[in-house]
Design a protein around this ligand. Structure first.
Ligand code: FES
Length: 170
């Protein structure tokens, strides 16, 4: 029987076999490498640990400065990032945890940091001002409110803070 009588020639059969085996080997090598490279990116942001910053009873209507560390996962490594919050609790028990990072150019704001501006947050870099609720004062350099931290009050009575969240501009 000749090659032509068989539908697929010996040469074609060998080519198909080699292509199949070669493709299988390449896929088996490249797929794990791709997965290794991309997988961490798909998992960024999945870690949203909340951190205890004190007992809720420690906070009142007067903003209190509190430092803590948040665990960050950038996809390849995990590390702690220093954070600061200005925390207050209103008469309804609502917590306001403000980021101290000025929304103008990133300096640190201070509660009543300027004696001429009582009951406001003050940014010394360009005289930025924010009201007690973190809303920027019109006519000063910042164009949007201070960010707020996610929070929850645990069954253990502790206040937990998470990631800072950006608020809209005024
Ligand atoms: S950085 Fe705060 S006012 Fe400019």
């Amino acid at each position: 029987m000749s090659d032509k009588d068989q539908g697929v020639s010996r040469r074609q059969f060998l080519n198909y076999t080699l292509m199949g085996v070669g493709g299988f080997l390449v896929a088996g090598t490249v797929a794990p490498m791709l997965r290794f490279a991309i997988d961490p990116l798909l998992q960024v942001g999945q870690e949203k640990d909340m951190v205890a910053v004190g007992d809720i009873s420690e906070f009142g209507s007067e903003p209190t400065r509190r430092e803590f560390q948040l665990r960050v996962n950038d996809g390849w490594t995990e590390y702690d990032v220093d954070q600061t919050a200005w925390i207050s609790v209103n008469e309804d028990g609502e917590v306001l945890a403000l980021s101290p990072i000025c929304t103008h150019l990133g300096c640190a704001v201070m509660w009543e940091g300027n004696e001429n501006e009582p009951n406001r947050y003050f940014c010394p870099c360009h005289n930025g001002l924010y009201e007690r609720d973190g809303v920027n004062v019109p006519g000063t350099p910042p164009t949007r409110p201070l960010d707020t931290y996610e929070y929850e009050v645990g069954d253990d009575g502790k206040l937990y803070l998470g990631q800072p969240v950006q608020r809209g501009g005024v």
